[in-house]
Design a protein around this ligand. Structure first.
Ligand code: NAD
Length: 420
């Protein structure tokens, strides 16, 4: 391994932790990204994700074995390449353009004996049917014979201190036994546990199963939660009771909707492929999308009812939205349900302000300006809507000063609070 070169394509939530661990264990690492702002920041010792500190980046740079680069030439001569680029949806269909762009860059630099690993979440068959032909054609080499190729789904859970990249078991796969061995050997050095599976398609589907499982279970508690509220039953008490069963139950909690890069998107990779190739429908994904997508509507509806009880209309009311990140203690606002809630409140004529100390910029900033969390701001708000319950917020101060709070996270207690 000494002197071996690892290239990580994409230095985002997934790629940066991989790059840092590879530096930790002694590899020479290039973090390649097309985003100049991120690359400049990294080379100046600044991290753009919560789970990696500035000190981690400074320490990695100080080893002389980490450099972030926007220059394609920097990938030349790699021994191991890991692809961690986005896999979004475009008009409801998988957008593999980022994987294709990464593959083209790597194909030009591919040498015999090297290993290429895809980590981006995608539908089964992507590694062997999309990436492999591209790498073969661009390099003149044959996957599985001249170079190793595999898929290893990422399991990054931003903000999860217990299950970080190193501790979380890593599923590994290859296009053949030799490729699997090479992929496994790499992750055996940077992760505590690797889990070899029989093929790349199994590994690709395992990731989609994990995320669809979560998506469906969240939708289930969201739907039962809405019904429970209408029946006058506290869903959180129900879940607390159910989770005392030591087997056959796993607690999921209702919320204002799902966000981030996984749940709103990944299950649709599965349903898209099932519909396209099997001409049938992924019913669970469809229902889960439907339930989870409508949770922001439900939140707005409940806020409307809450204001109504106080003889106020949403139109003209001052509404403070707390939290725009899609999950607590995170700075990630991608696909956040806050967007829907804010847009709907604005459409109804509310004067919306926002507070979130974790998220730097938010595309609705001009229509829903940022405010500091002060007693005066809280007192001037007709409603406070808690969407993201970051831990570093003074909730006692909020409860003491706000007239009416809608709490979508079941975080607060008090007479002025409506729970989801
Ligand atoms: N973040 C998570 O919690 C999470 C969870 C599950 C799955 N995933 C999956 O992991 C993959 C990566 O997600 P992420 O959260 O790290 O995204 P991200 O947006 O944080 O990072 C991706 C990076 O890739 C860069 N990039 C785009 N095109 C590139 C190219 N051609 N060459 C080099 N860099 C390029 C982007 O500039 C960006 O910095 C996706 O498939 C996503 O679905 C992420």
């Amino acid at each position: 391994m000494s002197g071996a070169k690892v290239v990580v394509i994409g230095q985002g939530y997934v790629g940066l932790p991989v790059a840092m661990r590879a530096v930790d264990v002694g590899y020479n690492v290039v973090g390649f990204d097309v985003d100049k702002r991120k690359i400049d920041g990294l080379n100046a010792g600044k991290s753009h994700i919560d789970d990696i500190t500035d000190a981690d980046i400074v320490a990695a740079l100080a080893t002389g074995r980490y450099a972030a680069s926007i220059d394609e030439a920097s990938v030349a001569g790699f021994d191991i390449a890991v692809i961690t680029v986005p896999t979004p949806l475009r008009e409801g269909a998988p957008d593999l353009s980022y994987i294709l762009a990464a593959g083209e860059i790597l194909a030009k630099a591919l040498k015999p004996g090297a290993t290429v690993i895809l980590e981006s979440t995608t539908f089964p068959g992507t590694t062997e049917e999309v990436l492999a032909p591209l790498l073969d054609a661009g390099s003149g080499l044959e996957n599985g014979k001249d170079y190793h190729l595999g898929f290893s789904p990422e399991r990054i859970d931003p903000g999860n201190l217990e299950w970080d990249f190193k501790r979380t078991p890593k599923v590994v796969s290859g296009v053949n036994a030799e490729s699997l061995e090479s992929v496994k050997a790499f992750y055996d050095q940077i992760c505590d546990t690797t889990v070899p599976v029989s093929g790349t398609r199994e590994a690709e589907l395992a990731k989609l199963l994990e995320n669809t499982f979560r998506h469906v279970n969240i939708a289930l508690v969201n739907e039962i939660g809405v019904h429970a509220r209408a029946l006058g039953i506290d869903m959180w008490n129900v879940i607390d009771a159910a989770k005392t069963k030591p087997f056959g139950f796993m607690a999921f909690y209702p919320g204002p909707g799902v966000g981030g890069h996984c749940l709103p998107i990944d299950p649709s990779y599965l349903s898209w492929q099932v519909e396209r190739t099997l001409r049938t429908v992924s019913r669970f994904v469809k229902i889960a999308n439907d339930v989870n997508d409508h949770m922001p509507d439900y939140v707005v509806n409940r806020v409307q009812l809450g204001l109504n009880k106080q003889r106020k209309s949403v139109n003209g009311s001052h509404v403070l939205v707390l939290g725009v990140a899609y999950k607590k203690n995170s700075n990630d606002a991608r696909e956040t349900p806050s967007t829907q809630v804010i847009e709907q409140l604005l459409e109804l004529g509310a004067i919306v302000t926002v507070h979130d100390a974790h998220v730097d910029a938010f595309h609705l900033d001009d229509r829903a300006p940022r405010v500091e969390l002060t007693e005066a701001v809280l007192k001037a708000s007709d409603a406070v809507v808690l969407i993201t319950d970051h831990d570093d917020v003074d909730y006692d101060m909020i409860v003491a000063n706000a007239e009416y709070i809608f709490d979508s996270r079941h975080r607060l207690e008090g007479d002025n609070i409506d729970l989801l």
